[in-house]
Design a protein around this ligand. Sequence first.
Ligand code: G6P
Ligand code: MG
Length: 222
Amino acid sequence: MLKGLLFDLDGVIADTARFHLAAWNRVAESLGITLPPAANDALRGRSRQASLDLILNYGPGANHFSADEKAALAAKKNTEYLQAIATLTPADILPGVPQLLDDAQAAGLQLAIASASKNAPAILAKLGIADRFSAIVDPAQLQHGKPDPEIYLKAQALLGLAANEVVSFEDASAGVAAIKAAGQFAVGIGDATVLAAADLVVPSTADLKLATITAAFNREVS
Ligand code: G6P
Ligand code: MG
């Protein structure tokens, strides 16, 4: 029986994935690296450090940079990102999400955030929805990033639920892989080809309807 919903944040709750990508593009440009289109999905859901390594590997390679140089590049990216998210307001919650959260709470479902972002609590506060979630996984406590299932297993444990009692939402192929490795039902938001491993894919958050999701979950999981 469905008892909880686990949400990625960037690209699922708010359109902040584009801010991450823009800030990383500026870092890449400063190093003379041009990111290929595939970086759009590859950078989603990856920790700050893993994202930087991925970018450097599109150029001379991550092992050509010292730990101090990498820390400075990651800090530069985060400063730009913080400037971009400073203006977020409740109006920046993606379409369909407020209704989904309302319907989920009316149905008695528990809600959790499973984001790799250390900025997630600040973003939720700016969006005015921090109190909707009974658990927010702290990425600093994790050993492994997505596509490892750890973050989704941690989110389900914080809610006291089992894998067959939750639905998890992602916009990244690494995130969908993490959900499936956790044995949970995955809803992908975006390109059905990129997110083919998900159990249900919708083109945009505006298409997220609790009744449709619950029906698909009940068909597959019970
Ligand atoms: C999310 C985003 C990634 C980002 C990661 C770390 O998973 O999808 O693009 O790299 O969080 O975010 P942070 O805000 O801690 O740098
Ligand atoms: Mg995401």
